[in-house]
Design a protein around this ligand. Structure first.
Ligand SMILES: [Zn+2]
Length: 198
């Protein structure tokens, strides 16, 4: 990590899952950011085919880049399901570049989509931790919590109603958290009369 010259628009830094690659300068959409490189493995060679690590980048049916080498700084780029970069694979040149697909601001983490095979093998079993998936999970948790709260409130109202008629008018139990139940607006009118309108 010591030899990343300052004219590069990125640096290695702490990310949610360990290390990641972060923009240090604005990177324009379409820019080639970095090359993903390493020894070429030929799957027709037994010893090459036996190599297994998380940094293998398949070029085609025969050639794979072994990106696990230390000098391959691109290996720090984490996966995202909604990335700001992509891999530009050039099988004929046997090269892979990481290219921006959005304008990237300084400080932003650079991500690309590792693809379905990687996702299934390494990320699905432990749960993807990219921003997009974290946001989704957060939202789901919040929704589940709201659902539980609503169920609880409903159960409590039911119990109250059972406990003593008149304590809670039936019309009022229909209004949940200020939301109009089934799209019907319920207006409470003084003197205890209830008027409904669609
Ligand atoms: Zn994800």
């Amino acid at each position: 990590m010591a030899v990343i010259s300052s004219n590069k628009p990125y640096r290695v830094g702490r990310s949610r899952t360990g290390l990641g690659l972060f923009a240090t300068k604005p990177i324009k959409k379409g820019t080639r950011i970095i090359r993903y490189f390493g020894p070429l493995l030929d799957c027709r060679k037994k010893e090459d085919d036996a190599i297994e690590n998380k940094y293998l980048f398949e070029l085609n049916g025969r050639w794979t880049i072994d990106g696990s080498v230390r000098k391959n700084v691109a290996r720090y780029i984490n996966h995202s399901c909604r990335p700001n970069a992509e891999s530009d694979v050039r099988p004929r040149e046997r090269k892979v570049y990481i290219r921006a697909i959005k304008n990237i601001e300084p400080g932003e983490e650079i991500n690309y989509d590792y693809g379905t095979d990687y996702f299934k093998a390494y990320l699905k079993p432990i749960g993807c931790k990219c921003d997009s998936c974290e946001r989704k999970r957060k939202k789901q948790r919040a929704e589940a919590k709201a659902d539980r709260a609503q169920l609880k409130a409903r159960a409590e109202k039911k119990a109250k109603k059972k406990a003593g008629k008149g304590a809670t008018p039936a019309s009022k139990t229909k209004k949940l958290n200020g939301v109009h139940f089934h799209g019907v607006h319920i207006h409470s009118v003084p003197h205890g009369r209830v008027r409904t309108s669609a």
